[in-house]
Design a protein around this ligand. Structure first.
Ligand code: HEC
Ligand code: HEC
Length: 209
């Protein structure tokens, strides 16, 4: 009985397949200017401090692009990397095409990023993560859309460290209107020192598939 596809449904499925293919080509064109820094599969480029993006959900990508465009992220007092990304917002397509771009990025795949940090203890990091981070980012660091907390599992270790540092130094999450950034800034401040950050990152890395 499952092998029978009613003619109209068949037509619908064929049409959807064409639409999906067209979207993919469009998405690739929208993403092309980003690839110079983030890589062809959005796998990231440590030499340019451009992070992996393909582990992120479309909704988080859209939120961050909006923040970069409005100067809530990458504005005054931000890191050089964040300012570079804010300037790269000029390469973004018109607003109505952003969801397509974000969706395209989230569908890209690449092998797990290699470790660049040493000396983190995933067990100690796991304890800290459960105490301070898991409530928002999920025990497995998979993220929580309802709380705007992004997926951390799969991210580059060097980028996680750079962001925790940026939050703690007030380079990110500083803008008055950046409510979620300010929330995260308070949390980053609760990590005791660089060792605590490295431990938490070692735990996050242990959670990627
Ligand atoms: C000149 C290099 C460069 C180009 C071109 C560039 N980016 Fe970036 N991007 C960066 C850097 C560097 C960062 C890290 C910013 C930071 O450290 O806060 C970043 C960060 C991001 C983030 C935030 C990721 C996160 O986990 O919060 C997103 C999303 C993003 N870029 C998307 C894009 C898109 C889409 C394009 C194409 C329109 C693009 N970028 C083009 C360098 C670039
Ligand atoms: C109250 C909820 C909450 C808690 C608790 C929390 N976070 Fe976050 N975190 C967020 C939100 C929301 C964002 C997105 C901020 C933004 O939009 O700029 C974020 C962003 C981040 C980022 C940046 C990711 C990226 O792709 O740029 C890192 C890294 C991070 N959190 C790590 C942690 C760690 C480690 C802890 C525990 C010490 C923690 N978070 C605790 C809510 C939280």
């Amino acid at each position: 009985m499952y092998s029978f596809i009613p003619p109209l449904l068949g037509l619908f499925l064929a049409t959807m397949a064409c639409v999906a293919r067209a979207d993919e080509a469009d998405g690739a064109a929208l993403y092309a200017p980003c690839a110079a820094c983030h890589g062809a599969a959005a796998e990231g480029n440590v030499a340019l401090q451009a992070p992996r993006l393909n582990h992120l959900r479309p909704v988080y990508i859209l939120t961050q692009l909006d923040k970069f465009q409005r100067g809530l992220r990458g504005g005054d007092a931000a890191s050089v990397a964040a300012q570079q990304m804010a300037e790269s917002s000029a390469l973004l397509p018109p607003e109505e095409r952003l969801p397509e771009l974000a969706f395209y990025i989230s569908e890209l795949t690449s092998p797990a990023s290699s470790s660049t940090l040493q000396g983190g203890d995933p067990v100690a990091g796991g304890r800290t993560f459960m105490r301070l981070c898991g409530a928002c980012h999920g025990a497995d660091a998979g993220g929580n859309v309802a709380l705007n907390a992004p997926r951390l599992a799969g991210a580059d270790d060097w980028y996680l460290l750079a962001q925790l540092h940026a939050f703690r130094e007030g380079q990110r999450g500083r803008h008055r209107e950046d409510r979620t950034g300010r929330q995260m800034r308070n949390m980053a401040a609760m990590l005791a020192d660089k060792q605590a950050m490295q431990d938490v990152i070692a735990y996050i890395r242990s959670q990627q598939e």
